[in-house]
Design a protein around this ligand. Structure first.
Ligand code: SF4
Length: 209
């Protein structure tokens, strides 16, 4: 089977298995998504959602975050871990959004990467979910699963992204990556993949981590 055929089959299986895949971070606008994704680094989406339930009413817009007291913001986001750097980046990010982008979240990879705390994973998620431009979000689940299935031999997230991106239709990329998160949680687990129950077992090359 060619890599393209493998990708097509795997995308189809993921669509059939998780028809309603959406981002599990609870957000009402692009800024909230940008901040939630930053908080989600090394933290579960469920915990981020608990924190943002009180965080977003307290800081209702980009100006409120830009003017935040860093020590206070650190306490507000403490349960998500790495709170010192996260608070610093969120304030810096919002200040730059105001200074350079009129308070709006920009819609290109280059501009997004210029924001403090924003890497390719976050930028691709914003490009896909907010601006519907596609984008491969290579988080820990995507990296592990794409390698196991046999769609890449790479392990560096950026290399995985560039390797696999051309195989997935642009309009399907965001949802495909959201599906990989669900699949990684309930079937293709990091330590104990449930291959015997897996809907992709017929095509999977079962390549180790
Ligand atoms: S067969 Fe096993 S390793 Fe392959 S995708 Fe399914 S759960 Fe993961």
């Amino acid at each position: 089977m060619t890599r393209q055929k493998l990708a097509d089959e795997f995308v189809k299986i993921m669509e059939e298995t998780y028809p309603d895949a959406v981002c599990s971070l609870e957000c009402e606008n692009p800024l909230q998504l940008l901040i939630s994704v930053q908080l989600a680094a090394q933290c579960t989406d469920a915990r981020v959602n608990i924190v943002t339930k009180t965080l977003f009413p307290k800081y209702p817009d980009v100006y409120a975050f830009a003017a935040a007291n860093q020590a206070e913001l650190e306490q507000d986001i403490k349960p998500t871990g790495f709170y010192h750097n996260k608070a610093k980046n969120i304030i810096g990010c919002c200040r730059r959004l105001i200074e350079v982008y009129g308070g709006k979240v920009p819609d290109t990879m280059e501009d997004l990467l210029s924001l403090p705390g924003v890497g390719r994973k976050t930028a691709n998620l914003i490009l896909g979910d907010v601006f519907h431009k596609g984008g491969m979000v290579i988080d820990t689940h995507a990296k592990r699963i794409l390698k196991r299935v046999g769609l890449t031999k790479e392990t560096d997230p950026t290399k995985v992204e560039f390797d696999v991106e051309p195989l997935i239709p642009r309009e399907k990329q965001s949802e495909f990556c959201h599906r990989l998160v669900l699949f990684g949680r309930d079937t293709c687990d990091a330590r104990r993949p449930r291959c015997e129950l897996c809907p992709a077992s017929k095509i999977c090359k079962n390549v180790g981590n």
